[in-house]
Design a protein around this ligand. Structure first.
Ligand code: SF4
Length: 255
């Protein structure tokens, strides 16, 4: 996408959003906190949650970034200049910055320019649903958490799973020479892990880079999900992750 991004889930979708070149559409900035999911679980960091998403997962826990049938876009999202956003990030007092969403790559060209603007001051980690090509950001991101959606998301599979894009993510470490990639799958039942296995094999993803994560926004559901998924995860050669922020703070925004 260029500077004019076509995005769904707006008041009257699809709508063209024309932005000046030096702004990002932001939901929230918070920290210091810890990364709650995946291989960097527990690492101290700050979060920038960007607005907008190109999918509409039924169990999305950040629907306030894109679902304007339930939330007020004007109240939830703000167009923030790079200078303002960098000041907010600097005030967090962290060395590691996680860019999440929504789907951050919906604003890919502007995100690229923002990370160039930050000029290497932070280790950058990006959370993405793995449907949009990441190549333009290859040399600006230290770690990718790629989270393709499974059938239980309710999203049509031709929209949720883009094998060519997922293969592009697998090539990022060799392309950049420094970045790492983890593929993180939200699972509810053991059968979901079989769906993960099929996609991993189809897209030549290294099983050692796969993390299975239980769905849930309460400590009870996370613990029960881990109990349900652990054995099948390990038997398939995958890794298992909790949702540490949910265990610590429950379903609270800005944690
Ligand atoms: S891709 Fe992520 S942000 Fe977008 S709807 Fe799905 S869970 Fe929510």
């Amino acid at each position: 996408m260029g500077d004019t991004d076509v995005v769904r889930h707006l008041d009257t979708a699809p709508v063209e959003l024309t932005r000046t070149r030096d702004r990002l559409t932001v939901s929230e900035v918070f920290g210091p906190t810890v990364q709650g999911e995946g291989p960097n679980t527990g690492r101290r960091c700050g979060f920038v949650r960007l607005g907008l998403c190109n999918l509409d997962c039924s169990w999305c826990d950040t629907a306030y970034t894109w679902d304007w049938t339930r939330y007020n876009r004007r109240a939830e999202l703000h167009d923030v200049t790079f200078e303002e956003l960098a000041c907010q990030v600097d005030a967090l007092g962290v060395r590691r910055l996680v860019i999440s969403g929504g789907e951050p790559l919906v604003q890919g060209p502007r995100l690229t320019r923002f990370l160039e603007f930050l000029d290497g001051r932070y280790a950058i980690e990006i959370e993405t649903n793995g449907t949009l090509d990441p190549t333009g950001l290859a040399f600006l991101v230290d770690h990718w958490n790629v989270s393709p959606k499974l059938a239980h998301s309710g999203v049509a599979m031709h929209k949720a799973q883009k094998p060519d894009v997922l293969r592009a993510f697998t090539r990022l470490p060799a392309l950049s020479g420094f970045s790492t990639v983890a593929f993180k799958f939200v699972c509810k039942a053991k059968v979901d892990i079989l769906e993960v296995r099929q996609l991993v094999e189809r897209c030549d993803i290294d099983p050692a880079s796969v993390w299975i994560m239980p769905e849930g926004t309460s400590a009870y559901n996370i613990v029960k999900g881990i109990e349900r998924l652990a054995d099948t995860t390990i038997a398939n050669g995958f890794n298992l992750t909790s949702r540490l922020h949910v265990l610590a703070w429950g379903d609270t925004r800005g944690t």
